[in-house]
Design a protein around this ligand. Structure first.
Ligand SMILES: NC(=O)c1ccc[n+]([C@@H]2O[C@H](COP(=O)([O-])OP(=O)(O)OC[C@H]3O[C@@H](n4cnc5c(N)ncnc54)[C@H](OP(=O)(O)O)[C@@H]3O)[C@@H](O)[C@H]2O)c1
Length: 255
């Protein structure tokens, strides 16, 4: 593959948020894959709601992203052209902190209400990025196994609450830029080879092994959710994506 063919987010279209307002909500935008996804959306003119369970960590990340964006813009405008060969003009979007804790369904409900009160009826991109991996067995206060709730049940609830903002009556199924729902999945879904019973919390021993099976199960469910959503809402592009094995920050222990 030549260097021209390598995907480079810098070459994606740059929106002018004053003329073409696009709204995104990403969970876990303060860290890892979510941090850099938020950075690129912001750089490309998106209004981004950054969902996080810790206000301090998330607002700090938002400040860092703004600083990083400034540095990147300086480099971009001197050397980068878009897909049409034109010099890029960058007008950054907006970043808003949205409190959300996925192990608490009430918090998910509250986050959706806050989003809907701030953004009246528009959501173009919903990214279910936040996730936990291979944690020891524990139940949330909603009585779900924590990986299943964080990685799929809460994302499903959030989607349910916000789906109307993604399907305005005027949206045409053939739109060239359909709304999108993205689930961060994992190759670990392949660890699950058998029928999943939602009532089976997979609390088995040794936990060292079963916590990986529970992770794979939660990631497989994410893929099923994307598939079901794409059937039910053909006007929305719903996908699940494995981000590869990436260590965005040295402190990220699982890479
Ligand atoms: N990195 C990889 O190699 C890889 C591979 C396959 C799949 N994935 C998937 O890609 C996604 C991002 O991975 P990553 O490596 O970027 O992970 P990460 O750096 O560990 O970040 C995970 C994010 O999820 C948030 N989060 C966790 N529990 C939460 C909760 N209860 N409520 C709200 N937010 C919560 C974390 O918030 P805090 O900062 O507050 O903890 C953090 O922002 C995950 O879904 C993961 O399963 C990653």
């Amino acid at each position: 593959m030549s260097t021209q063919q390598v995907f480079n987010p810098d070459n994606l279209p740059y929106l002018d948020p004053k003329k073409d307002r696009k709204v995104a909500l990403i969970t876990g935008g303060n860290s890892g894959v979510g941090y850099f996804t938020t950075l690129h959306l912001y750089l490309h003119g998106y209004i981004v709601y950054v969902g996080g369970r810790n206000k301090e960590r998330t607002t700090l990340a938002i400040e860092k992203i703004k600083n990083e964006a400034e540095l990147r813009i300086k480099k971009l405008t001197s050397s980068t052209v878009d897909g049409d060969g034109l010099k890029v003009e960058v007008t950054v979007g907006e970043l808003h902190y949205l409190p959300i804790d996925l192990v608490d369904l009430k918090s998910v409900d509250d986050a959706s209400k806050q989003f809907l009160s701030q953004e009246k009826g528009q959501l173009n991109l919903l990214i279910h990025n936040a996730g936990i991996m291979a944690t020891n067995f524990s139940l949330t206060k909603d009585n779900f196994q924590d990986q299943i709730q964080t990685n799929c049940i809460s994302p499903l609830l959030l989607t349910d609450r916000l789906i109307k903002s993604m399907t305005p009556p005027s949206s045409a199924p053939s739109s060239s830029s359909p709304p999108r729902i993205v689930f961060l999945s994992s190759l670990a879904h392949a660890a699950i080879q058998w029928h999943i019973k939602p009532e089976d919390k997979l609390q088995r021993t040794p936990d060292l092994f079963w916590r990986w099976i529970r992770y794979g199960q939660s990631k497989l469910v994410g893929i099923y959710l994307a598939k079901s959503l794409s059937k039910r809402y053909p006007q929305i592009l719903s996908t699940a994506v494995h981000p590869a094995i990436v260590a965005c920050f040295p402190e990220n222990w699982w890479c």
